[in-house]
Design a protein around this ligand. Structure first.
Ligand code: ZN
Length: 133
């Protein structure tokens, strides 16, 4: 794995959280993007080589809505950038990690993504992401 690509934060309102994170980070969100397959709206902030991704549910069936219901707003996942997502998924499978999807799927910010079940990684939802070239 190459670096922490971003940290995903579940929020109730992107509009409110954007303002808060602008004040916190001293920089503005550079991109708003809806990911229909995940039922989320996202907002991205660049911090050096990494990013912060704010996630708001667009409907009650979204994993983000369920997360906030259970745990409240807060850190939702850590995303690691990988060179070859298929190879990395295969490596993690062999290491005994439980992947949440069989095949990589299209995520926000022009990425192929795959999630690792938090049960198999000390309670941390891990996202692998590979830039779509
Ligand atoms: Zn993410």
């Amino acid at each position: 794995m190459k670096k922490i690509e971003h940290i995903g934060i579940a929020v109730k309102s992107i509009k409110d959280a954007d303002q808060l994170f602008e004040r916190l980070l001293g920089t503005s969100s550079y991109k708003l993007e809806s990911v229909d397959s995940e039922h989320v709206d996202t907002s991205f902030f660049k911090i050096g080589a990494s990013k912060i991704e704010l996630l708001e549910a667009t409907n009650p069936n979204s994993a983000i809505a369920k997360f906030i219901e259970k745990k409240g707003e807060g850190i939702h996942h850590i995303a690691f950038e990988v060179e070859d997502i298929h190879a990395e998924m295969e490596r993690l499978r062999k290491e005994g990690f439980q992947l949440l999807n069989e095949q990589p799927k299209k995520g926000a910010d022009n990425k192929l993504v795959c999630f690792v079940h938090p049960k198999s990684s000390n309670g941390v939802l891990v996202e692998l992401c590979q830039e779509i070239r």
